[in-house]
Design a protein. Structure first.
Length: 201
């Protein structure tokens, strides 16, 4: 475990991370910039992670939680996230991410919570999202999504609040079902990388 939160570290994370047994890394509330280095993919014992995600994240087979909320992350949501098949929570809210909701994310069949709110996502919501039967919390609000709001499968259990703030999104003329959950539960222990930057070691 390495906790360096609530400091004023600046710069980027070191390019080499050699801590194969690391299960918790907290770097929140710093001024760290840049990306998590690809070597993060060698930390196979990690099961809680938050911070910017490289494609090598697919190597983290034990990962249960991804919480990158409240950062200034840019770019698209990596499709490789779908290879972390044990994920139960994905929170990428309150960032500057762009692009579409990746269809691959609907392959996460153990997912309980998906929060992609308050970003700049566009395009249609994948209809396959209704096939995630374990999903109890869905928040796609305040993006630039378009097309029809899915109502198949699990999708029909989420209220309009899960989709509000998307003026281009079309809602069917039907009564909304009660939301499966309106109060996402945060995981207490996470690998946190808030708006960050470390010194070069």
């Amino acid at each position: 475990m390495l906790e360096l939160d609530n400091n004023y570290f600046t710069g980027q994370l070191p390019t080499e991370v050699n801590a194969n047994n690391l299960t918790k890394l907290v770097l929140s509330n710093n001024w760290i910039t840049g990306t998590i280095p690809p070597s993060i993919g060698s930390l196979n014992d990690m099961n809680r992670l938050s911070g910017e995600i490289p494609e090598e994240m697919a190597n983290l087979k034990k990962l249960l939680t991804i919480d990158l909320s409240g950062n200034n992350l840019t770019g698209e949501i990596p499709s490789s996230m779908a290879l972390c098949s044990e994920l139960t929570l994905v929170d990428l809210s309150r960032n500057q991410l762009v692009g579409e909701v990746p269809k691959e994310i609907t392959k996460l069949k153990s997912l309980n919570e998906l929060n992609l709110s308050r970003k700049q996502l566009n395009g249609a919501i994948p209809r396959e999202i209704g096939g995630i039967n374990s999903l109890t919390v869905l928040d796609l609000s305040y993006n630039d999504l378009s097309g029809r709001r899915p109502t198949n499968g699990q999708s029909k259990f989420f209220s309009g609040r899960s989709f509000e703030g998307n003026p281009k999104l079309c809602f069917p003329r039907a009564t909304f079902y009660p939301s499966a959950s309106n109060s996402p539960q945060k995981t207490a222990t996470k690998f946190v990388l808030g708006s960050l930057q470390l010194p070069s070691w």
